[in-house]
Design a protein around this ligand. Structure first.
Ligand code: PT1
Length: 273
């Protein structure tokens, strides 16, 4: 897939490293709000094998409050400019807001990652005009309230139908088919059982014939299954990432890049055997 001037081979599993610049970021405790610290963290993730760095200025973890457009811009634009100048890596902007997409791509971002699936006002047309790859994710509800008893008849079928509808919406808006990535949204308006069914149903999502991205890193479903706090979910995260890539997922969004890259290297070797 082409990301502006950068090319990435999605037939090999790739790791997207998480760089959260939100002060309340759920697992980094807001340690990387400072520009130099954020750059160093990004640099280390690249050295460990991340080929994409995902930068988000609005927390989307369960219960998080929305932030204003200006606050989001103030958090992400300086760090995007800095990483674009200093590192050779694909920069992803994790946002739902059209203005933030526009400013971020102007500042140097190479792709758009939208947990709301380009459903916010202006998002679809802005993304289409920017001509960069988009990741459209499934989320039931909104972060602040999405974990209040989500219900599905069949979570895999409903997520697949939603992503098929968003794929068509992207195509209708003029986004090229080879610039669309889909994501079932592990942890977004889903119970533990729903998330487990999503993991089992990953092969069904591949039938949409688009690259798949998945974010499982340090999420509460792992904590619920293993009874682990957020700082003790590495092994559970790597297990889920391994299974996902074995099932055909192309991009894993992760905090712990080195461990994830190693796991994916093993899975890829088995695939090639
Ligand atoms: C994701 C994702 C994301 N996740 C994409 N972008 C987050 N494309 C942010 C919990 O249950 O999966 N895909 N951007 C982080 N969101 C969450 C959700 C964090 C749930 C934690 C939980 O703990």
């Amino acid at each position: 897939m082409q990301f502006k001037n950068k090319q990435l081979d999605l037939s090999i599993p790739q790791v997207m490293g998480v760089l959260n610049v939100t002060p309340d970021s759920f697992s980094d405790g807001g340690r990387f709000t400072n520009l130099d610290a954020a750059l160093n963290q990004a640099k280390q993730m690249v050295e460990e094998g991340a080929t994409i760095i995902d930068i988000g200025g609005e927390s989307t973890r369960p219960g998080a409050e929305a932030v204003t457009e200006q606050a989001e811009l103030d958090r992400v634009i300086p760090i995007i400019e800095r990483i674009a100048t200093e590192l050779d890596v694909i920069i992803s902007i994790d946002t739902c807001k059209a203005t933030v997409m526009q400013e971020a791509v102007t500042a140097g971002a190479h792709m758009i990652n939208d947990v709301a699936g380009l459903r916010a006002e202006g998002a679809l047309n802005t993304a289409a005009s920017l001509q960069v790859p988009v990741c459209v994710m499934h989320m039931k509800g909104e972060p602040r309230t999405m974990q209040a008893s989500p219900e599905y008849e069949n979570v895999v079928a409903e997520v697949k139908a939603f992503l098929a509808e968003r794929k068509q919406a992207c195509l209708d808006a003029g986004i090229n088919e080879n610039q669309i990535i889909i994501d079932p949204g592990f942890g977004f308006g889903k119970t533990v059982q729903h998330n487990l069914q999503i993991m089992k149903g990953l092969p069904d999502l591949l039938e949409l014939n688009l690259p798949v991205l998945l974010g499982v890193s340090r999420k509460s479903t792992i904590g619920a299954i293993l009874n682990r706090g957020v700082d003790d979910r590495l092994h559970g995260s790597v297990a889920l990432a391994s299974l996902a890539v074995w099932s055909g997922v192309n991009i894993i969004r992760a905090h712990d890049v080195k461990a994830t890259v190693d796991a994916l290297g093993i899975i890829q070797a088995i695939k090639k055997a």
